[in-house]
Design a protein around this ligand. Structure first.
Ligand SMILES: [Zn+2]
Length: 343
């Protein structure tokens, strides 16, 4: 074999190796895409079924313990489904350890993506709903909201959705929670209790003065508001499903696969420098991917609040509320930076 033939043979060999390498990369990409989309769909289906089951059992987000417990079971089992799907070609690897890892990483990711287990339960019209968060509401008096409060609630509604059904496309009412009727009845009861003490003991128990019903305004869409009115008067329980209201935590299954929780486990573990456990991989990559946009969101929100403060049209109460939220944002930013997740 002369030099020319040798060079030609080497060239062909290199081309062949390149072709095999790109084919392998393509294969991994193709498998990852199928796993991620399939895992995403399975997880979404799993948590939607959880919600329908809770609806059937008449368990609402407003009940104690049960919705949190059943919601977390729903997330864990949906994550196991994702794990099983990703290991479908290696059924021998389907061991309790793998499935526990899938459940743990799913639970962790769901929380990192802003999910709240009890929010998988349907809303009860008479109580703060699945999308009600104290930090996305305003402190309320016993009366209806004033113009300023209504304006803030309107922007909360557009940003975070109706507290009952989650819709982000509506005009929003400042929903008084607990409802004015309920709060007034409760205050009357407390007042009666205070006077009861006075007449029985001849003196007032000071503690009684510090008991009062805490009310807040939450954004509520027109449709939910209309339904709620009649139900509150009758104190009738009616639940609202919100399966079609998609939030970032609904994509937990998709991210699980991309973070190497199950399908890509073998690819990551072949790399010696990769962290040894699935959970460590997930934490490492989740902080990198999730917290960067989180910090960005905090900055945007901070800028928006500062603009609102400069507008000079706010009531004292709203100004205080905005200042409180600003200091919370600053604390959260410091926390993220301290964890070193963002460089
Ligand atoms: Zn609604």
């Amino acid at each position: 074999m002369n030099n020319n033939e040798m060079n030609e043979a080497m060239k062909q060999l290199r081309e062949r190796i390149q072709a095999i390498e790109s084919e392998q990369i393509l294969n991994v990409l193709q498998r990852t895409t199928i796993d991620a989309v399939g895992g995403g769909v399975l997880f979404f289906t799993g948590i939607s079924i959880t919600q329908v089951i809770l609806y059937g059992l008449r368990i609402s987000v407003a009940m104690p313990v049960l919705p949190t417990l059943l919601g977390s079971i729903g997330v864990a089992s949906s994550s196991v489904l994702v794990g099983v799907f990703c290991l479908r070609q290696h059924p021998m690897e389907l061991e309790p350890l793998q499935l526990t890892a899938a459940a743990t990483s799913g639970l962790l990711l769901f929380r990192l993506l802003g999910g709240r287990f009890r929010s998988l339960a349907p809303s009860d019209f008479r109580h703060p709903g699945a999308f009600a968060y104290a930090k996305r509401s305003l402190p309320a008096t016993i009366e209806y909201a004033d113009v300023n409060a209504r304006a803030v609630i309107q922007s909360f509604g557009r940003l975070y959705g109706c507290h009952t059904c989650g819709t982000k496309t509506s005009k929003y009412h400042a929903d008084h929670m607990p409802p004015v009727l309920v709060a007034k009845a409760e205050n009357t009861r407390l007042l009666a209790k205070i006077f009861g003490h006075l007449t029985q003991n001849g003196r007032l128990n000071l503690q009684d003065f510090f008991i009062h019903v805490h009310c807040r305004y939450y954004p509520q869409c027109e449709a939910c508001s209309n339904t709620q009115g009649a139900l509150v008067k009758k104190n009738a329980k009616q639940l609202k499903l919100h399966v079609t209201q998609i939030r970032s935590y609904h994509f937990t299954g998709f991210w699980m696969v991309l973070f190497g929780a199950s399908g890509l486990g073998s690819v990551f573990s072949s790399n010696n420098e990769a962290p040894p456990t699935v959970v460590q991989q997930v934490v490492l990559q989740a902080t990198e991917v999730v917290q960067k946009p989180h910090l960005q969101l905090l900055r945007e929100r901070e800028e928006l609040l500062k603009q609102e403060l400069r507008s000079n049209t706010l009531s004292k109460e709203s100004i205080q509320y905005i200042k409180d939220e600003l200091s919370q944002i600053q604390r959260r930013k410091a926390e993220i930076k301290r964890l070193g997740a963002y460089k």
